[in-house]
Design a protein. Structure first.
Length: 390
């Protein structure tokens, strides 16, 4: 089949492991002809916006990418928010896709893609959304000007031609329902995913990682990763960890310590020889660490590494926010406070929980719901009936 991924309302970054990249590459692996239509807007390694030249090329995975400029009749400062691009309908007409996934439902070109769907009703047309009140619509102009008056109006005009709006979390689903007013019949839960690690690879990575870290099977390895801000609650983790003297416990922190917590965090790390800070690691190195780990800690905020940890069979300890419960039902814990986290460590230390069984439950959850190969096939095969919601 011919599949077009449209990334004009979000960033498409070459050679990364974001949802857009993973779905694109899965569709290519499954034998489909794939095209990415993207804006010129990207992020550099410091998460700052920059703009590439328009053009057509094949990325490192051999997928054709077309980067379109913003429409010239608008000044750039407006165009990057309103998101009009020339030639989208023409490109769709040229490729004649069977499936279209519009990544991020905020932008003008949703109108042109809907027009194409209206003219070609057999095309499967999906729109995904990552938007919630944590990451978007925080200021008055953004909330009521862009999102309510502009993006919301476009979405409602296009709704008759959209097959499903795919939301990645409970929070994004609630934003779509309550703020955008999207009816339940159009919504489908479509989580961020990962690649469940096969048994032989998992066994090898786990053995090598634990050997490298001088761990026996008796040790219990915890991992916390990412850019550690105050919201990530690393200080809570370190204090709870230092309050539990279990000699089997080990904690590895990967990522970076932001200045707002660096001094306090470093002092706590230095005071406990069971804790190691390894700095930034590549995705492959993080995957190996997670396979070697028993428990993944995310006591604050959200991170796509959580899905990776489940695919690596970790037991998750996550912040108790809306939507995290589906990832911890039989295989982990939700925590609000440092005291909650300390209680989880005490429970693990007491031996009253079976971490092996919980790791098996994480693997089962990942294989059934988070495998990108399964998620990619859902788009090709059409929405299941009844449409699952969370």
């Amino acid at each position: 089949m011919k599949v077009v991924h449209i990334c004009l309302s979000d960033y498409y970054l070459d050679d990364r492991a974001y949802q857009e990249n993973e779905l694109v590459e899965e569709h290519q692996r499954q034998g489909h002809k794939v095209l990415v239509i993207a804006s010129t807007q990207v992020l550099d390694n410091e998460k700052r916006r920059k703009y590439l030249a328009p053009g057509r090329y094949r990325n490192g995975q051999g997928v054709e990418v077309i980067r379109l400029p913003y429409h010239p009749w608008l000044p750039h400062v407006l165009a990057k928010s309103l998101r009009p691009h020339p030639g989208v309908y023409r490109l769709l007409d040229e490729l004649a896709p069977d499936v279209i996934l519009f990544h991020g439902m905020c932008g003008w070109e949703l109108i042109n893609v809907s027009r194409y769907k209206k003219d070609h009703p057999d095309v499967r047309f999906y729109v995904d959304t990552h938007t919630d009140f944590i990451n978007s619509a925080r200021g008055l102009v953004s909330k009521w000007g862009l999102h309510f008056l502009y993006y919301r109006t476009i979405v409602h005009w296009c709704l008759p031609w959209i097959d499903r709006i795919l939301y990645i979390s409970q929070l994004t689903g609630e934003f779509a329902r309550r703020f955008y007013g999207i009816p339940e019949s159009k919504l489908e839960f479509f989580p961020l995913g990962g690649h469940p690690v096969p048994d032989d690879e998992y066994d090898t990575l786990r053995r090598h990682t634990r050997q490298d870290q001088n761990l026996t099977e008796e040790h219990i390895l915890f991992v916390q990763s990412g850019k550690q801000t105050r919201q990530k609650k690393l200080i809570h983790t370190l204090k709870a960890f230092s309050g539990n003297p279990d000699p089997r416990f080990r904690l590895i922190i990967v990522g970076s310590l932001l200045e707002e917590i660096r001094e306090q965090a470093q002092a706590l790390i230095d005071s406990d020889d069971r804790v190691r800070f390894l700095g930034w690691k590549t995705p492959a190195e993080i995957k190996a660490l997670l396979c070697g780990a028993d428990v993944y800690l995310q006591p604050g905020s959200q991170s796509a590494t959580m899905q990776t940890s489940l695919c690596c069979r970790c037991v998750p300890v996550l912040e108790n926010i809306e939507g995290h419960d589906i990832y911890t039902e039989n295989n982990g814990w939700l925590v609000d406070t440092e005291e909650d986290l300390a209680a989880v460590l005490t429970e693990i230390s007491s031996g009253t929980v079976d971490l092996n069984r919980m790791r098996d439950a994480s693997e089962k959850l990942a294989r059934e719901h988070l495998d990108y190969s399964v998620l990619a096939r859902r788009l090709i095969e059409g929405p299941p009936e009844p449409v699952p919601t969370q």
